[in-house]
Design a protein around this ligand. Structure first.
Ligand code: FAD
Length: 470
C-alpha cells in the first residue's frame, strides 16, 4: 500500500524518546505516525534496558535479602532457592505488559503505528519495509529521528550472546554463571554484575579507566566502590582486555595494565561487554538526505532539535547528551512543542542520574569536582544514613547525602545520594535545583518523620549550619 495522506509528524523509532514524542504530538492535535522496527514499542529501555534490568535487580535483591538479611528481622525459613526461569518469567511479563500498555496509549491518542524498518527517501518521505514483508511510504511535514542506540563491542571481541554477552544477553542468561567477568564499570555493568553476583556468580569488573562510573562525585564513588566490594564484587581498574579466547569451553581473557606492561589471564564462564553504547543510524538513509552527524555518528541538532535538513529533527540517544530514557523523553516533548509552534526546553544540567544497585546512587547537578573546576566557592553538607532513624529502623543504613551549595548565595549546585532508595529521594533535590532553591530552603521545609528524606534536609542544614542528629 502507499500511504497517500501526509502526517504532521512522523517519528522513526518507538523508544522512550519516540513514543513520548508521538503521544505528545497527538495530544497537541498533530496528525502523528510512529514507525518501529522491533515489533514492540518502548525501545531499548523497555525491551532490553531499564525495565528488564530493574525487574531482575529487584528479584535478585529479594533473593539476596531472604538469604542473608531476613533472619536479622526474625524471619526464618528452612531454605531459599532461586528459580531462574520463574525470575525471568516475571521480568518478561513486566516487559510485555508495559509494551502493550504503550500500544494502548497510541490507540487512545490516535497515533498511527507502523511496524517496520524506516528509511529516508526524501526529507519528507520514509520508506518502510514492514514486519509482515510489505513496503509502505509514510509522508510527513516533520520527521523526528528517534532511532536510539545500540550495544558497542570492543575491537577483537565478538558478542555471541551466550558466552560473550551484551547487556541484552546478560538479561536472559539461562543459568547462573560461576564466574562472570564484566568489561566496563559503567552503571549498566555494575547493575548487571549486581544481579548475577546476588544470585551467586563470582563477579570481576575490568575497567580501562582508573575509576568506576566516571560521571559520579568522587567521594560518593569511593564509598560506592567499597560497598560493591563488600558485596563481593572484584575490580581490576586501569586494566585493558587485549585478548579473548573461547576455544576451551569457557572464556579466557588476556589482560594488560592500561599503560602497557605484563599480561595476565582471567577465566570466566560468561563475559559481559558493557563498554558503552553507540548511536543507531544504520540503514536509515541519513546520507541520502544529507543529515549531519558528528564523528561518533550522533545526529547534530540545534536547541530546537532541528537537524541541518529542514523538517528533519532528532532526539534521544541518537543525539549528543546523556544516554538516558528520561532525557530522551524530555527531548521528545520539547521537540514536539517546537514543531507545534510552542516553546520547549530541556535543562541538561539538571538531568538526574541513578545507578540502581543496592544501595542506589543518585545525583543531580554538579559533582564536587565539577564545582571546583568552575572555580566556584562552595560549601559541602553531608549526612550519613547511619544517623537517620528510618534507615536504622529498617536496618538498611549504608550511604549518605551530600549537598553542594554556593558559599555566598547558598544556592544548591548539586546533590548526591547513596541510599537504598536514592533514585526516589533525588527528585526533591531535582525540584530544588529547578527552582534555584538554596540549601536553607530545603532545610526549612517540614519533612515527615521517620523518613529517609530527612537525611536530605539534614545534609542541607549541614551546608550553612549544623545538622540536628549528628
Ligand atoms: P531507544 O530506546 O534505543 O529506541 C529506539 C527505537 O528505534 C528502537 O526500538 C529501535 O528498534 C527503533 N529503530 C531504530 N532504527 C529504526 C528504523 N530505521 N526504523 C524503525 N525503527 C527503528 N536509561 C535510564 O534512564 N534508566 C535506566 O535504568 C536505564 N537502564 C538501562 C539498562 C540497560 C541494560 C540499557 C542497555 C540501557 C539502559 N538505559 C537506561 C538507557 C535507555 O535505555 C536509553 O537511554 C533509552 O532507551 C533511549 O531512548 P531512545 O528513544 O532515544 O532510543
Amino acid at each position: 500500500s502507499s500511504g497517500s495522506d501526509e502526517s504532521d509528524v512522523v517519528v522513526i523509532g518507538g523508544g522512550p524518546g519516540g513514543y513520548v514524542a508521538a503521544i505528545k504530538a497527538a495530544q497537541l492535535g498533530l496528525k502523528t505516525t510512529c514507525i518501529e522496527k522491533r515489533g514492540t514499542l518502548g525501545g531499548t529501555c523497555l525491551n532490553v534496558g531499564c525495565i528488564p534490568s530493574k525487574a531482575l535487580l529487584h528479584s535478585s535483591h529479594m533473593y539476596h535479602e531472604a538469604k542473608h538479611s531476613f533472619s536479622n528481622h526474625g524471619v526464618k525459613f528452612a531454605s531459599v532457592e532461586v528459580d531462574l526461569p520463574a525470575m525471568m518469567g516475571q521480568k518478561d511479563k513486566a516487559v510485555s505488559n508495559l509494551t502493550r500498555g504503550i500500544e494502548g496509549l497510541f490507540k487512545k491518542n490516535k497515533v498511527t503505528y507502523v511496524k517496520g524498518y524506516g528509511k529516508f527517501i526524501s526529507p519528507s518521505e520514509v520508506s518502510v519495509d514492514t514486519i509482515d514483508g510489505g513496503n509502505t511510504i509514510v509522508k510527513g511535514k516533520n520527521i523526528i529521528v528517534a532511532t536510539g542506540s545500540d550495544v558497542k563491542s570492543l575491537p577483537g571481541i565478538t558478542i555471541d550472546e551466550e558466552r560473550i554477552v551484551s547487556s541484552t544477553g546478560a538479561l536472559a542468561l539461562k543459568e547462573i554463571p560461576k564466574k562472570l567477568v564484566v568489561i566496563g564499570a559503567g552503571y549498566i555493568g555494575l547493575e548487571m554484575g549486581s544481579v548475577w553476583g546476588r544470585l551467586g556468580s563470582e563477579i570481576t569488573v575490568v575497567e580501562f579507566a582508573s575509576e568506576i562510573v566516571p560521571s559520579m562525585d568522587g567521594e560518593i564513588r569511593k564509598q560506592f566502590q567499597r560497598s560493591l566490594e563488600k558485596q563481593g564484587m572484584k575490580f581490576k581498574l586501569n586494566t585493558k582486555v587485549v585478548g579473548v579466547d573461547t576455544s576451551s569451553g569457557g572464556v579466557k581473557l588476556t589482560l594488560e595494565p592500561a599503560a602497557g606492561g605484563e599480561q595476565t589471564t582471567l577465566d570466566a564462564d560468561v563475559v559481559l561487554v558493557s563498554a558503552g553504547r553507540t548511536p543507531f543510524i544504520s540503514g536509515l538513509g541519513l546520507d541520502k538526505i544529507g543529515v549531519e552527524t558528528d564523528k561518533g555518528g550522533r545526529i547534530l541538532v540545534n536547541e530546537r532539535f532541528a537537524t541541518n535538513v529542514s523538517g528533519v529533527f532528532a532526539i534521544g540517544d541518537v543525539i549528543p547528551g546523556p544516554m538516558l530514557a528520561h532525557k530522551a523523553e524530555e527531548d521528545g516533548v520539547a521537540c514536539v512543542e517546537f514543531i507545534a509552534g510552542k516553546v520547549g526546553h530541556v535543562d541538561y544540567d539538571k538531568v538526574p542520574g541513578v545507578v540502581y544497585t543496592h544501595p542506589e546512587v543518585a545525583s543531580v547537578g554538579k559533582t564536587e569536582e565539577q564545582v571546583k573546576a568552575l572555580g566556584v566557592e562552595y560549601r559541602v553538607g553531608k549526612f550519613p544514613f547511619l544517623a537517620n532513624s528510618r534507615a536504622k529502623a529498617i536496618d538498611d543504613a549504608e550511604g549518605l547525602v551530600k549537598v553542594l551549595a554556593d558559599k555566598e548565595t547558598d544556592k544548591i549546585l548539586g546533590v548526591h545520594i547513596m541510599a537504598p532508595n536514592a533514585g526516589e529521594l533525588i527528585h526533591e533535590a531535582a525540584i530544588a535545583l529547578a527552582y534555584d532553591a538554596s540549601s536553607e530552603d530545603i532545610a526549612r521545609v517540614c519533612h515527615a518523620h521517620p523518613t529517609m528524606s530527612e537525611a536530605l534536609k539534614e545534609a542541607a542544614m549541614a551546608t550553612y549550619d549544623k545538622p540536628i542528629h549528628m
